[in-house]
Design a protein around this ligand. Sequence first.
Ligand code: 4GX
Length: 257
Amino acid sequence: MFFTVLTIFPEMFDPFWQHGIVRRAIEHKIIRASAVNIRDFAEDRHRVTDDRPYGGGSGMVMKPEPLAAAIRETSQTLPGAKNVLLTPQGRIFNQQMARELASYDGLILVCGRYEGVDERICHDLIDYEISIGGYVLTGGELAAMVLMDAVTRLIPGALGGEDAAEKDSFSDGLLEHAHYTRPRLFEDRAVPEVLLSGHHQDIENWRLESSVMRTLLKRPDLLQDKNLTRQERRVLKKWHQAIEEILDSHPGQTKGS
Ligand code: 4GX
C-alpha cells in the first residue's frame, strides 16, 4: 500500500510517519508514504493556491489548477490508486470503509484548507469523498492521518507477529473485552480471578462475556445491527435472566418506587 498526500502543509505529516506502528510499517516496506506540496504545482510567481469565491462571501477557496495538476501527476505515477478527498461533505469514515480502502494498491489523499476546494475538482478527479466525523477541522491533514492510521493497521504484517487486527474491536461487531496487566492489585482493585487461572477456555468465555456486556452498556447500537452468534445470545440471556430474578424478587413495587 502506498499513501501520497496532497497538501499545502507537507511537514505536518513528518511526526505522524516517524512514530509507532506507522513508522515500523514504512521501515518494513509494508506501506510507502509521501507528501506532495500542492504549492509546487502553482504556476504563478507567488505560488498561490487559493482565491476568492465567485459570488462573494468571506473565506477563500482552493484554486482548481494547481490541485488538478497535483492530482493528475500523482495519479499518473501511481496507477491503481484511488483519489480520496477529506471533506465534511463526505461519507462518515468507519471500519468497513477502512477495510475497503486497505484493498487498493494506493491512496492519494487530497487535503483541502480554507472553505474547501473548487467544486469541479470533486466532480472530475475524486473517487471517494470521506469525512472522519461530524465536526469541522481547519484542514484535511488530520483527517488524512486518521484515515491512514486506520488503514495501515489492516495491511497484513503491519501489526507484527500475530495479526491482531482481525481480533480487534469492530472486526466481529463487538467492542473489545476488558484488559488487565500487572499489578494484580491496583488501588484496591483486583484483576478478575479467571484471568490468573490459566484455564484457556474459561478465559475465552470470560472475554466473550466481557465483550458482549461492554457493548450492551457502551454501544447498544452495535448489538442492534449485529447477527448474534449462539454464544453471544447465551451471554445476553444469562444477564437477562439475572435481571429478571432481581425484579421478580421485589413483587408489588411497580410505579414510583
Ligand atoms: N472530515 N475539514 C477539509 C476544507 C475543505 C472543505 C470542503 C474540501 C472540501 C473534515 C472532516 C473537515 C474542514 C477538512 C474543511 N476541503 N475533513 N476542510 N470533518 O472538517 O474530513
